[in-house]
Design a protein around this ligand. Structure first.
Ligand SMILES: *[C@@H]1O[C@H](CO)[C@@H](O)[C@H](O)[C@H]1NC(C)=O
Ligand SMILES: *[C@@H]1O[C@H](CO)[C@@H](O)[C@H](O)[C@H]1NC(C)=O
Ligand SMILES: *[C@@H]1O[C@H](CO)[C@@H](O)[C@H](O)[C@H]1NC(C)=O
Ligand SMILES: *[C@@H]1O[C@H](CO)[C@@H](O)[C@H](O)[C@H]1NC(C)=O
Length: 298
C-alpha cells in the first residue's frame, strides 16, 4: 500500500486496468485482421460504399480459423466486387447493387440478366433465403412476366393484353407470345396455363406502367423499369440478442453459414463471444498504446 501511495500514477493505472478487465465481455482469444473486417472497415466497389452490416466477399479470408463459415456482417449481405460492379447473390441469381442506404436500411438491386438490355427476358423469380434478414421493401410494386404462351394477340379480342413485341420476342418462337403485366391486368381464368413459365418481377412502385398495352411499353419501354430494379430492406438485429448487445458496444456481429451468431468483432482486433469493452472505441484506441507501454514499464 505504501508503495502505491508513493506512486499515485500507478494507482490510476491499476484502476484503469481494473475497469478495463471488469468491463470486458468474454474474449474468445481469437483475433482478426481489422483492415479487412470489423467496425472501421468501409470499402467502395464502383460507386457503392460497402460497410457493416454488408461486407466484401473476400473479407472472410481475414479469419482463417473460421474459413468457409464466417461472415463479417449479417448473413446474406455479402457483396462480390467484380470489376467496378457490386454484386449481391440471392439464391442462384446475381443482382447488381446500385446503392446501399444505411440509415434507411434498404439496398437497391437490379437483376444482372436484364440490366442494359433493350429487350430483356426475365428468367427467374427473386428468391430470398428465409433465414436472411432481407425482405422486399415496401417501395416495390409487382409485374408478372408470362413467358412463351401458346396464344398470341390474334386469338383475343381487343381488350386482351398485348404481347411484347421488341426484338428478342419476335423471332424463333413461332406463334408464341410473352406478356409483362401488372397482376390487375391479367385476365381471369385459365389464361396463364398456356404459358411455359410465369415470373414475378419486382419493380419500384413508381415504375409501374400506366397502360401495359401501350406499344411504347410492349416494344421495349418496359426495359427501363427492369434496369432500374427494386429495393430490398434488411432488418436490424434486435437489442436483446447477442448481436444486439454486440452492436450496442460498437462491435460488429459475425455469423456462421447457418445464420447463427459466431462472435462480436471489436475495434481492438479481438473477437468476443458477447460484447466489446464498455470503454468506448476511441478511448480504447487512445488508451491502448500508452497502457501497453505502461504495463511493460511497471
Ligand atoms: C477485396 O476486394 C476489394 C475490391 O476488389 C479490394 O479492394 C480489397 O483489397 C480486397 N481485400 C482482400 C483482403 O483481398
Ligand atoms: C474450405 O472449402 C474449401 C473448398 O470448398 C476446401 O477445400 C477446404 O478444405 C475447406 N476448409 C475447411 C477448413 O473446411
Ligand atoms: C464478373 O464479370 C464478368 C463480366 O461481366 C463475368 O463474366 C464473370 O462471370 C463475373 N464473375 C463472377 C465471379 O461473377
Ligand atoms: C414465380 O412466381 C410466380 C408468382 O408467384 C409463380 O406463379 C411461378 O410459378 C413462379 N415461377 C417459378 C419458376 O418458380
Amino acid at each position: 500500500m505504501s508503495l502505491l501511495l508513493h506512486h499515485p500514477g500507478r494507482v490510476v493505472l491499476l484502476l484503469l486496468l481494473l475497469v478495463f478487465f471488469a468491463c470486458r465481455g468474454d474474449p474468445t482469444g481469437d483475433t482478426y485482421d481489422t483492415s479487412v473486417c470489423g467496425p472501421r472497415v468501409s470499402a467502395t466497389c464502383g460507386a457503392v460504399i460497402v460497410h457493416y452490416p454488408f461486407y466484401l466477399s473476400n473479407a472472410t479470408k481475414a479469419l482463417p480459423e473460421y474459413v468457409n463459415s464466417s461472415f463479417c456482417g449479417y448473413p446474406g449481405l455479402e457483396i462480390l466486387c467484380n470489376g467496378s460492379k457490386a454484386v449481391l447473390r440471392l439464391g442462384n441469381d446475381d443482382y447488381f447493387v446500385s446503392r446501399i442506404d444505411y440509415p434507411g436500411a434498404t439496398v437497391s438491386l437490379a437483376d444482372a440478366d436484364v440490366v442494359g438490355s433493350s429487350c430483356p427476358r426475365v428468367s427467374h423469380n427473386v428468391t430470398i433465403p428465409q433465414r436472411w434478414s432481407l425482405r422486399l421493401a415496401n417501395t416495390v410494386g409487382n409485374l408478372l412476366f408470362f413467358f412463351s404462351c401458346a396464344f398470341g394477340a390474334s386469338t383475343h379480342d381487343g381488350a386482351a393484353p398485348k404481347p411484347l413485341t421488341c426484338r428478342s420476342f419476335d423471332k424463333g418462337q413461332g406463334s408464341r407470345s410473352s406478356f409483362l403485366l401488372p397482376p390487375a391486368d391479367v385476365p381471369y381464368g385459365e389464361w396463364s396455363r398456356e404459358c411455359e413459365a410465369i415470373f414475378s418481377v419486382p419493380v419500384l412502385g413508381d415504375s409501374l406502367p400506366v397502360n401495359p398495352n401501350d406499344p411504347a411499353w410492349t416494344n421495349g419501354g418496359y426495359a427501363e423499369p427492369l434496369s432500374k430494379g427494386f429495393q430490398v430492406s434488411w432488418e436490424r438485429s434486435s437489442g436483446s440478442g447477442r448481436c444486439g448487445r454486440c452492436e450496442q458496444t460498437s462491435g460488429n456481429c459475425g455469423f456462421n453459414q447457418d445464420g447463427q451468431f459466431l462472435g462480436c468483432f471489436c475495434a481492438n482486433g479481438l473477437m468476443d463471444s458477447d460484447g466489446c469493452s464498455k470503454i468506448s472505441d476511441s478511448t480504447l484506441r487512445l488508451a491502448g498504446k500508452p497502457l501497453i507501454i505502461l504495463i511493460k514499464s511497471l
